[in-house]
Design a protein around this ligand. Structure first.
Ligand SMILES: [Zn+2]
Length: 160
């Protein structure tokens, strides 16, 4: 988990919101990833989706049922689905959205509920190193939904 928190700090250093994720297999770190939404200009480039993709490519298989994912923050519904599609049996996270109500709005759909909708019933554990994880958000005050940077239109230009 400490490695995931380190990745979160790196993301912030690189201009992104502080989220990080690490996938461990047989006691060894397979991949670690930082949130890169801004860096890659890609809304799907969350730490967890990057980590899941990288782990699948590394192992050359779509099944990660022998892996554990650690995330600095409760995975969002997109990341939760990616994690569950890859059959990861155990998800450990530090902060939940409720820990930072001044930044994140409440969500109706949470990872614990989504986990119950999957046949293999993944185990979800939250609150690990919670206080330590909070420090990555020090100084961030505005609710994300009103930060203008995140609401700039994306202009897709045809090549050539
Ligand atoms: Zn996500």
């Amino acid at each position: 988990m400490r490695l995931a928190l380190e990745q979160a700090r790196l993301a912030r250093e690189h201009g992104d919101l502080p989220f990080g994720a690490v996938i461990v297999r047989e006691g060894t770190v397979l991949v670690s990833a930082e949130n890169s939404e801004g860096q890659l200009a890609d809304v799907t480039a969350h730490a967890e989706t990057i980590a899941v993709s990288a782990a699948c490519r590394m192992l050359e298989r779509r099944d990660l049922s022998d892996c554990i994912i650690y995330s600095s923050m409760e995975p969002c519904p997109m990341c939760s689905a990616a994690i569950f599609f890859s059959n990861i049996p155990r998800i450990v996270y530090a902060l939940s959205r409720d820990d930072l109500p001044h930044i994140f709005r409440q969500r109706k759909v949470r990872i614990a509920q989504l986990a119950q909708d999957w046949d293999y019933r993944p185990e979800v554990v939250g609150g690990v190193l919670r206080q330590e994880a909070k420090t990555a958000f020090d100084g961030i005050q505005l609710p994300l939904r009103v930060v203008p940077r995140y609401h700039q239109p994306v202009h897709l230009r045809p090549q050539g």
